[in-house]
Design a protein around this ligand. Structure first.
Ligand code: SAH
Length: 275
């Protein structure tokens, strides 16, 4: 009973630390990062982008050549409806990007020729690593579903992001491209998050190997194989990334096997439970 209460507290602590790390990071990003859609056509995409922004804690959505916000966009926006309704609307790109330190064009069409600066690609990961080191505001600019961003629009941007994808068909759906780029924005968070599961304690690793070896010796497993089998098991354990819960489960199985083999000292009583 006591153990259960402690586990519950530990879980609650883990949960709130997980949430705290997220909300602090996302609210910092929200102050700095905006998404600009240039002349998007399809309500489905527009709604999906608003939803994605909510997924990643952003709120400043801007439209250049604003579309009508129809039923489909609203339906697809789900919890991002407010973002959609509060989106800022601009008649031209220059006004939309005014005041941003980093303005990143995104495109499926790239060049590998170092002298053609306009479309020299940077991966989303590299972009974020660089951009998040600065302290200025960041605008991510996405193009039309049919013909993307025009050269004149790309020239207004001081960064250029390309999501690596099949060179024979590198064109992602607009909202999918937004999704990948926003996910990359929070990738570094991974290192800050609390471990999602408790790793097995060191002494339990050898306890488990000992228990398996004990069981083995209760059978007619050839004795000459035992040293090598022990080494194999301990190497396997060291690589396993086993959690404490998995350890308890396996120990439960071993206890059950011992009982079946009749040498667990319980005088024939079944173990209480099989974890
Ligand atoms: N023929 C257009 C395709 C537009 S797809 C073009 O080549 O740009 C709609 C938008 O999705 C693009 O303007 C861009 O913002 C984004 N996008 C699609 N594929 C992408 C990729 N591989 N990398 C980065 N952005 C991409």
């Amino acid at each position: 009973m006591k153990r259960r209460t402690l586990n519950k507290e530990a879980l609650q602590k883990k949960r709130s630390s997980y949430q705290k790390i997220f909300s602090e990071t996302l609210s910092e990003l929200d102050k700095r990062v905006s998404v600009i859609l240039v002349a998007p056509k399809y309500g489905g995409n527009i709604g999906a982008v608003a939803r994605l922004m909510r997924n990643y804690g952003l709120s400043d959505l801007r439209f250049v050549s604003p579309p009508e916000i129809g039923d489909e966009a609203m339906a697809r926006a789900m919890n991002g409806k407010d973002i959609l309704l509060n989106a800022r609307r601009y008649g031209n790109m220059q006004d939309a990007i005014d005041g941003f330190r980093i303005v990143a064009a995104t495109s499926s069409a790239i060049t590998l020729d170092d002298r053609k600066f306009r479309r020299l690609p940077e991966t989303p990961a590299k972009f974020w690593k660089r951009a998040l080191k600065t302290d200025g505001n960041i605008a991510l600019v996405f193009g039309r579903e049919d013909d993307g961003l025009r050269n004149t629009e790309i020239e207004m941007c001081n960064s250029f992001i390309h999501i690596p994808s099949n060179p024979e068909y590198p064109v992602l759906n607009l909202s999918h491209a937004v999704s990948i780029i926003l996910y990359e924005m929070i990738r570094d968070l991974e290192q800050k998050l609390p471990q999602t599961s408790d790793p097995i304690e060191d002494e339990n690793m050898s306890r488990l190997v000992d228990s398996v070896m004990d069981i083995i010796t209760m059978t007619d497993y050839p004795e000459y194989k035992i040293p090598n089998t022990r080494v194999m098991l301990s190497r396997l354990m060291a690589r396993s990334e086993m959690t404490q819960s998995e350890y308890f489960k396996i120990m439960g199985i071993i206890r059950f096997l011992r009982f079946k083999l009749g040498t667990d000292g319980t005088n024939g009583e079944a173990p209480e439970k099989l974890y």
